[in-house]
Design a protein around this ligand. Structure first.
Ligand code: XIL
Length: 382
């Protein structure tokens, strides 16, 4: 580990006892530069709220560390078309304009989010008429055409379909669009439409499967889906690894928190990634953060646990040189979606610490773990 840490710019900071992580981060090479030297784009999701895109200090942090951003909610269908035909491109356009002004890339998230509760409510209520199959196809085409033509070549990567596999049984989720068309047919059509209207873009299937035992059905379902799409010749370029890692499920009573449990999960994860890349798919990390709900309350121990879990996961995942993008789902703890996500909270109700910066935008050990993992990874394939 020390060997990988001994990047020249990090050394002075490490050598100064008492120097805060914040000061060390200020002095350190930006994460985007460490990434860029290896041919990787590093970035984060940015939310439209007052404490993210609306906050100059947060924006400055993103600008310093990131070479690519993604909108946390503003490019979702619900965000862009909250009511039928009532398009609202303003918030996403503002983020894109800012990113371009600062020389950052931006990727699109997402065209179709399969859980029905994340589709716009009006879509679920829509009357698709006498020929619902035709009606759904027409609506999907209008959505993809409108959105992809609006953003044009500004976005070079799109999450076309998000979370199609139900982690409970590995089957494809059903919603108002899949019921008339069939689930696999709807996914296939989504990618074909994206290919038609955003022919320049990397087309991604994005999901949150992990390496742990509780995620086994999810992994199997995603592999089955990717194999079927390959068979159909569906234009899918890559699998988006959301990478919401850490503790999520209680399936094995927390036993997988120990070192041996973690090694077993990593071995499963490697097997999974080997299968995905073996089918010819690319990889990217789309939404990285570390759920700390089973780590001790003590902040130093908790932050060390988060950093160690991240390092193991990133060392393995970034070892695949076809992985070209690495995005976090938020830079600082206070703005993380996990603070309010109902499946996430800690039993002691303490605020979560899933991100590389704390609420005061001071760097945490997770930032060092990310930097070290990127320093240690192989250069990306050309
Ligand atoms: C989350 C956002 O962070 C929240 O603000 C929103 O309320 C719900 O969606 N997987 C995804 C992301 O693909 O779009 C989700 O983002 C987090 C999980």
């Amino acid at each position: 580990m020390l060997g990988a840490l001994a990047g020249a710019t990090l050394l002075p900071a490490l050598a100064l006892p008492g120097l805060s992580h914040a000061a060390a981060a200020d002095a350190a090479e930006p994460l985007k530069e460490i990434a860029r030297r290896k041919g990787l784009r590093f970035g984060t999701a940015v939310g439209g709220g007052r404490n993210q895109f609306g906050d100059a200090a947060y924006r400055a942090l993103v600008e310093r560390e990131c070479g690519i951003i993604v909108a946390e909610n503003e490019m979702k269908w619900q965000g862009l078309e909250p009511a039928r035909d009532a398009y609202r491109f303003g918030p996403a356009d503002a983020m894109l304009a800012w990113a371009r002004d600062k020389g950052m890339a931006m990727r699109g998230h997402n065209l179709f989010w399969q859980a029905e509760k994340w589709l716009p409510a009006w879509v679920a209520r829509e009357d698709f008429g006498a020929d619902p199959k035709r009606g759904v196809e027409a609506l999907m085409r209008k959505h993809v055409k409108t959105v992809c033509e609006h953003f044009g070549s500004a976005l070079d990567s799109w999450d076309v379909v998000n979370e199609a596999v139900d982690p409970a049984d590995g089957k494809l989720r059903q919603n108002a669009l899949t019921r008339p068309l069939g689930a696999i047919e709807q996914i296939d059509l989504a990618f074909r439409l994206a290919h038609e209207y955003a022919p320049h873009a990397q087309l991604v299937y994005n999901d949150y499967m992990r390496g742990d035992a509780g995620s086994a059905r999810h992994r199997a379902g995603v592999l089955a889906l990717l194999a079927e799409l390959k068979k159909r010749g569906t234009p899918v370029d890559a699998l988006g690894l959301q990478s919401h890692i850490g503790s999520w499920d209680d399936i094995d009573g927390g036993k997988n928190q120990g070192t041996s449990g973690r090694q077993r999960d990593l071995a499963e994860w490697r097997r999974f990634l080997d299968e995905v890349t073996g089918m010819g798919y690319g990889l990217l990390i789309t939404e990285f953060d570390v759920n700390d709900r089973r780590l001790p309350a003590d902040i130093a121990r908790r932050d060390a646990g988060v950093a160690a879990a991240a390092r193991d996961y990133l060392d393995l995942t970034l070892s695949y040189p076809g992985l070209r993008d690495f995005l976090l789902w938020g830079m600082s703890d206070n703005i993380s979606w996990l603070q309010t996500w109902d499946e996430a909270p800690r039993k002691d109700k303490l605020p979560m610490r899933p991100c590389p910066y704390d609420a005061q935008l001071r760097a945490k050990p997770l930032r060092e773990a990310i930097a070290a993992a990127m320093r240690g990874m192989p250069a990306r394939q050309a």
